[in-house]
Design a protein around this ligand. Structure first.
Ligand SMILES: Nc1ncnc2c1ncn2[C@@H]1O[C@H](COP(=O)(O)OP(=O)(O)OP(=O)(O)O)[C@@H](O)[C@H]1O
Ligand SMILES: [Mg+2]
Length: 610
């Protein structure tokens, strides 16, 4: 009998592909196959068939999820035109699909070949990191983690992306030093910059010089550097990878040569990467630092953009209004990691050098306050050995039945994480791009969420309601920050991050092995949304969209990566997003859960397209 196994890269790749491209058919497995498989074993309950002139590739599916992240298995089976069946491992199956199916038919061969190579790199990186941390896997999937341990445990990265761990521009040495999953520690590289070449965006009470001093307090070089500081100069902390990039960037070299930028040396404090790579953390420092890094991760070269640099200060101002303070007070379990101040090098004309941007982010997770605190993406990550999520493994350690604790956990998650964000949109016009990697949860001793932290002010925006409420605060900044969007689009993006990316993935992580019905959690989500609306909210556009729209907007990670679109600078909305069927609609149309058995629906093969 064929033995199937879980493969992280295969899951990320095919889940992204199947969601954005409709050239497949779902085929439930023959009923007699079920008799062979025992509870908990890895066996397909169906197949995604991808047809081409050369044959049919069948991707095994252990659990079909209408929320859009299926649990898939390896190996794939290829039935050729003579009816012969071949076993294909992930990279072979991926290559076959890319070269033979219609998924990339309209693209030049070189584009497809480059993409295949990027997917292979990602797979190699992922496998290498898992091997590197091999001895720790039991602890990383079952024990409580502190903030930094969780940030450095996200081996798989984005779970619906064709090449989540591709890192163009990082050498092997850079990877070991700066990619979070290698757990490396590094020091900042410090410079002196002439003040007329320093661009600052400061918030009230958060002057740049003071925030720099906050970093230097525990640095033993501080006295020495402070003594060298001229009146017209400021200290500037540089990420060590970017320090290398600067040496070969002509406009920054020019600054060094003319003396407006002077290298001082390496700091003594240890820093480590967080899950986004470009934001870094030290358990001793009251601030994290987020950098422009000249490296391509997922869909963009990770340079912060000038428009993004002002968003932290903008949010800081908005949250200091009395209306927004009411919001903060209403949800004591909800915290935003503020980014009040940012800096960059600039030209003589004041134009900002985007490869040098750095911003200061609050760090509440200093020593002793970092326990049981983890990024949602790590909590939802599937164990590369079995496909069972960390969340499920943790909850299975509790004495009660898994079904009972999983439902309770989900309800607690909705209250602690989803509600404050939904109400932020509905009553205060604030849009937080809360995908899995931007949500950090503090868990209690049993593992239930008790606090939520939102990070990443670059992913914030405002609806029309915000203009009514804080027009004065936003008005003069909006032109620079580029994040005031039409409500209709804003609602779709907000829903993508919070519901499709984060909450639907909570559902598939809790139901991964079929121990819990997906439809049950969809019902709880639907009931929760209705309850929030009935509680009385100001703007119910978002909840109505989630409950009534036949389709939901989702990010095109597959096609963005395939077409090599730099998401940072791309403004083509249609190329960035696609529509997926809305699993909440079935619930909200009043059909009972038993009436619509979503993942075993025999009509799936004909009716569901990604
Ligand atoms: N489910 C997910 N959704 C989005 N990004 C994810 C997910 N899981 C992992 N990631 C990774 O997290 C990073 C998210 O990028 P994003 O732009 O939100 O963060 P950032 O702006 O770089 O940094 P930070 O979150 O520290 O502010 C990417 O590197 C992406 O691969
Ligand atoms: Mg982020």
């Amino acid at each position: 009998m064929m033995s199937f196994f879980f493969d992280s890269s295969l899951n990320c790749f095919f889940n992204a592909m199947l969601r954005e491209w409709s050239g497949w058919k779902y085929r439930p497995a023959q009923p007699q196959a079920d008799t062979d498989h025992q509870q908990g074993s890895l066996y397909p309950s169906g197949w995604f068939d991808i047809s081409a002139a050369e044959g049919v590739l069948s991707v095994p599916c252990r659990q079909y999820f209408s929320t859009g992240r299926h649990q898939l298995l390896a190996p794939c089976l290829l039935t050729d035109n003579d009816g012969e069946v071949h076993t294909l491992q992930f990279e072979q199956a991926m290559e076959w699909a890319m070269l033979n199916s219609s998924v990339a038919a309209d693209l030049p061969a070189t584009t497809v070949i480059e993409f295949i190579s990027r997917v292979r790199d990602s797979n190699r990186n992922l496998k290498h990191a898992i091997e590197f941390r091999g001895d720790e896997l039991d602890a990383l999937f079952q024990s409580p983690l502190n903030f930094s341990q969780a940030e450095t445990a996200l081996f798989t990265g984005h779970s619906i992306h064709p090449c989540p761990k591709a890192r163009d521009n990082f050498s092997e040495q850079d990877t070991l030093a700066y990619a979070p999953e290698y757990n490396g520690k590094f020091a900042l590289q410090w410079y002196l910059v002439r003040k007329d070449r320093l661009y600052l965006k400061e918030s009230e009470g958060h002057a740049y010089n003071e925030l720099v001093q906050d970093l230097l307090k525990s640095d033993k070089h501080m006295q020495y550097w402070a003594a060298q500081l001229g009146e017209n100069q400021a200290l500037f902390p540089c990420h060590p990878f970017q320090h290398q990039v600067w040496q070969s960037t002509p406009r920054i070299r020019d600054m060094i040569e003319e003396g407006s930028l002077v290298y001082l040396g390496q700091g003594s404090q240890h820093w480590s990467a967080t899950s986004s790579v470009r934001a870094i953390y030290s358990s001793q420092a009251p601030w994290m630092l987020k950098y422009s890094l000249t490296v391509k991760l997922t869909n963009s070269i990770r340079h912060l953009q000038p428009a993004e640099l002002v968003r932290g200060a903008e949010l800081f101002r908005v949250l200091n209004t009395s209306k927004a303070r009411e919001y903060v007070d209403r949800f004591p379990c909800f915290n935003i990691l503020m980014e009040p101040t940012a800096a960059a090098l600039c030209g003589e004309d004041g134009s900002l050098y985007e490869e040098s941007i750095v911003l200061w982010r609050q760090n509440p997770f200093i020593e002793r306050f970092d326990r049981n605190t983890e990024v949602l993406a790590t909590l939802l990550q599937d164990d590369p050995r079995t496909g069972t999520s960390r969340l499920e493994q943790r909850l299975r350690l509790l004495p009660q039945s898994y079904q009972e604790v999983a439902v309770e956990w989900f309800q607690q998650y909705l209250e602690v994480a989803v509600k404050p964000l939904l109400v932020g949109q509905a009553d205060y016009g604030l849009l937080f791009g809360a995908h899995q990697q931007n949500i950090v949860l503090t868990l209690n001793d049993l593992g239930y969420p008790v606090k939520m932290y939102f990070r990443d002010c670059q992913g914030t925006g405002y609806t029309h309601l915000a203009h009514e409420l804080y027009g004065h605060e936003i008005a003069d900044m909006a032109k620079d920050s580029g994040n005031v969007i039409e409500d209709e689009v804003a609602i779709q993006l907000f829903s993508y991050y919070l519901i499709v990316n984060a909450t639907f993935n909570v559902i598939s992580s809790l139901c991964g092995d079929g121990a819990l019905e997906e439809s049950l959690l969809i019902r709880h989500l639907g009931e929760f949304l209705v309850a929030v609306k009935e509680d009385g909210i100001n703007d119910h556009q978002c909840i109505d969209y989630l409950l009534q729209s036949p389709e939901l907007t989702a990010k095109c990670n597959f096609y963005l990566a395939l077409r090599k679109t730099n998401e940072n600078t791309n403004s083509d909305y249609l190329a960035t997003y696609h529509q997926m069927p809305n699993p909440l609609l079935i619930w909200s149309q009043g059909k009972s859960v038993s009436e619509v058995d979503l993942h075993r629906n025999s009509e799936i093969s004909e009716s569901v397209t990604p």
